[in-house]
Unconditional design. Sequence first.
Length: 229
Amino acid sequence: MNIIITGASRGIGYELAKKFVRDGHQVIAIARSIQKLQQLDKELQSDCFSFLQFDLSTADYGEELIPFVKAHFNKLDILINNAGLLVNKPLEDLTDNDFDQTFNVNIKSAFKLVRDLLPYFKSNAHIVNISSMGGVQGSAKFSGLSLYSASKAALAVFTECLAEELKSRNIKANALALGAVQTEMLSQAFPGYQAPLQSNEMADFIADFAYTGHRYFNGKILPVSLTTP
């Protein structure tokens, strides 16, 4: 399979890239940190792995990102929109830039990638959007995470719309609303907090879902959490 993962330089994305490559698939990893992508490349040492340093909040994907994909893949089986930005601030301290950056990374990047990659998706391809329990209506909410939760809610509903929009092309889309996972992003936002799952554990689940979940689900927002709500 040909697979693209965003936010692949750390946490769940990093572990997903390792999982997919070791399962024998061709992977393009996209992230801002060239050092961490190079570290991942060195760790994998595989011809199945390619990486692109790219800021998903930038305006023009057609100049660099899409040509890179075209040079490596003629068709795409799985897209995992995993890139995320978490800003933990009280409402009165949030800036317009916080809003723009959060929504650019957490939802606009997924929109632009799906739109611009449409010609390359195979029939029965699977788009997996990594949302959050914070973006699920009726779930517990946390002070300081208004922008993060709102952007992840937008990603979840966008997924429902994608399933309908892409039905005629036989492209499936689902969102996984993750609970707490021990990642670098979580540690930065909540120092000292210990999540019940490690990033490699969640990556194993997401990879298995990416392979087979679209046989059973389409346009679904699926909670992946050890707690309720």
